[in-house]
Design a protein around this ligand. Structure first.
Ligand SMILES: C[S@@+](CC[C@H](N)C(=O)[O-])C[C@H]1O[C@@H](n2cnc3c(N)ncnc32)[C@H](O)[C@@H]1O
Length: 610
């Protein structure tokens, strides 16, 4: 179809500042997904493991963490004590705007993800040397929360914008919304009464609304709100026509489509799939034909200063703290670029680029520095490693360029380098030996396939029925209940239990909205299933007991739909935490690695460290 030929989302310089921005390549309606569904790389307890850092290095680490999301937004919260998520693409390269949030991370996509594709591809978690080597977290999806016109910048809701929310000098999102509503009403008023009032009286009424009514109703926000209104009431309709006061007073957020096609990067040339390479996990697949020499994806680089140290985790012997700790490499290691002559690692935050596998001689993309005028890559290339953290990702872009024609549906591959290939071959060779005395358990992903897989939908067992779940997993429910609709149940011992209904069953057409309210990271909690109703045809519903409630306080939630219940790996127990899992970074090719970034004269030698 023609739409798959058009790029749905671009990357370019933001209209708000010299930072990265994402722009709609077509019009989106509210609730439309935007861009491709991307991988998420969780890293755990990074601050706890880096308490020895110098003040400066700790600041650098924080600036890297500032480019990431909290694990709560990406379903990672149960991985460890502290979970932070590295992501690429529009979730990384969109900015916030206190007045114009038009997209959010669609949490149900990752919270309720399934792995049917991977598990039916022949991947066997218990025997594959790929176990724990690629991410369990995927399907990170952006969703439009408003109509977004073609060319418009995408603004995400980062909690941080709320700091500016109370600033009375400029309009915030509620000012824009309220004034749009007010303007609609004013237009209706002047349409009805304008003629009989006459020009002079109508203008006076408008001035009265603008000044006195706003001062009284908007109080501290009156000035900000007033700035959105036109000089005379004749200008009201034009503001409504361009799509409201936000767009009207910030016309620069909408770029010309021809400019975007020429000067921007397409961010949805790749879609996820399962790799044909055995044990490799998921893959980046071309969404359209790409010609030799074209950019497949831009990769903004995020420096991790002293990266190898920062990504080393220490595990102390609990019985004997004086013993030297065992060192592990943080899972993120597998997703970063390294150069042997540099102490800095780089997370490549491109759209879907985390999914690109190693192809060796079969690689069909290579790296080249950005040639966009808005990206000052030259300055960054001359910078020393200490200066790198101060560069914005907008000036640190490398392109992945097709080295031959790539057909739609083909897997995109990069050459990770000979060291990586050697390490992987060794790993595969020793896998059986390494794991022969280890009891490998099946992760929650495999269990969830039984209850949510496309082929079979089994009901969850109640607490009195036999369960397939091992000790390594726990049951989680996404619960939001209606506090006003309480019922009390009398128990056999005479005590009473409060029963709340799960939020009302979705009404047709509102499915997404209603269910979404409940399916959010903050509403995920341990639960026990007490009762079950329904069948495969009508759908199962459950009465569950949330375990997070204060001790002694017994409550139940009824009408909980099957789909919002999931098994989750207990903290530190999914295969990503296993010591025998493969760990190796991707080699940053010599021909593009700047001289100035080589701070290790003799080069890094892994044997020195481990
Ligand atoms: C940057 S990720 C690539 C995306 C990954 N396949 C996924 O599903 O998230 C790197 C990891 O992918 C896997 N991988 C990449 N190329 C591979 C290959 N040629 N053979 C086996 N595994 C590969 C390894 O587990 C490696 O640690």
């Amino acid at each position: 179809t023609t739409t798959s030929q058009e790029c749905g989302i671009y990357l370019a310089e933001s209209s708000t500042d010299h930072v990265l921005g994402s722009y709609a390549g077509r019009t989106y309606n509210r609730d439309d997904p935007i861009g491709s569904s991307d991988a998420i790389v969780q890293f755990v307890d990074i601050r706890i493991n880096n308490q020895h850092l110098s003040e400066q290095d700790a600041t650098h680490l924080e600036s890297f963490l500032g480019t990431c999301w909290s694990g709560d937004a990406t379903a990672g919260m149960n991985e460890a004590e502290e979970v932070i998520s590295a992501v690429g693409g529009p979730c990384f390269s969109s900015t916030g705007h206190v007045g114009m949030i038009n997209a959010v991370i669609y949490q149900p996509s990752t919270l309720l993800r399934t792995d049917h594709d991977l598990l039916t591809s022949g991947y066997d978690e218990l025997t594959s040397p790929g176990r724990g080597a690629f991410t369990y977290y995927h399907n990170l999806t952006l969703l439009a929360v408003d109509k977004i016109q073609e060319g418009s910048e995408i603004f995400l809701d980062f909690g941080a914008e709320y700091n500016q929310y109370d600033d009375v000098s400029k309009p915030n999102i509620d000012d824009y919304r309220k004034m749009d509503e007010a303007m609609e009403k004013m237009v209706a008023f002047f349409k009805k009464h304008g003629e009989s009032l006459g020009e002079k009286a109508a203008s006076e009424v408008y001035e009265f609304m603008k000044k006195d009514v706003l001062d009284l109703t908007a109080e501290a926000r009156a000035e900000a709100a007033r700035s959105l209104l036109p000089e005379t009431y004749h200008g009201l309709q034009a503001i409504i026509d361009v799509g409201g006061s936000a767009l009207h007073s910030n016309p620069e957020v909408v770029k010309d489509m021809d400019w975007l096609r020429k000067e921007g990067y397409c961010q949805d040339n790749l879609v996820p799939g399962v790799s044909k390479i055995e044990h490799a996990g998921r893959a980046a697949i071309a969404a359209r034909d790409i010609k030799k020499g074209e950019v497949v994806a831009p990769m903004p680089l995020v420096p991790i200063v002293k990266g190898r140290d920062v990504l080393t985790m220490l595990e102390y012997d609990e019985g004997d703290e004086t013993k030297p700790p065992i060192k592990y490499k943080q899972f993120l290691t597998n997703y970063v670029l390294e150069h042997p002559k540099s102490s800095v690692l780089f997370f490549p935050a491109g759209p879907m680029t985390s999914y690109i596998n190693h192809g060796g001689k079969k690689a069909n993309v290579k790296m080249a520095w950005s040639t966009k005028l808005w990206s000052d890559v030259q300055a960054a290339q001359k910078a020393s490693v200490d200066e790198l953290p101060f560069f914005s990702a907008v000036d640190m872009i490398v392109d992945l360029v097709a080295t031959r024609n790539i057909k739609k549906g083909e897997e995109v591959l990069f050459d990770y380098g000979d060291d990586w290939a050697k390490a992987w071959d060794e790993h595969v060779k020793h896998w059986k030996e390494m794991t022969k005395d280890v009891k490998l358990s099946q992760s929650a992903m495999v269990l969830n396939e039984i209850y949510h897989g496309a082929d079979t939908i089994q009901p969850f067992p109640t607490s009195s029925e036999d369960s397939l779940a091992g000790d390594n997993v726990q049951l989680m429910c996404h619960l939001l209940y209606d506090e006003d609709k309480i019922e009390r149940r009398r128990n056999q011992d005479g005590s009473r239990t409060k029963v709340y209904p799960w939020i009302p069953h979705p009404v047709t057409g509102e499915h997404r909205l209603k269910t979404d309210l409940a399916v959010r990271g903050i509403n995920r909690m341990d639960c026990i299933i007490e009762e079950r109703t329904g069948d495969e045809k009508t759908g199962y519903k459950y009465v569950v007991r949330p375990l997070q409630e204060k001790a002694g306080l017994k409550i139940l939630v009824k009408n909980v739909p099957h789909d919002v219940i999931r098994y989750v790996d207990r903290p530190y127990s999914n295969p990503q935490h296993e010591g025998h899992a493969f760990r190796h970074s991707i080699r940053f090719p010599d021909d593009v690695f700047p001289e100035a970034w080589k701070d290790l004269k003799d080069g890094y030698n892994e044997r020195d460290e481990l």
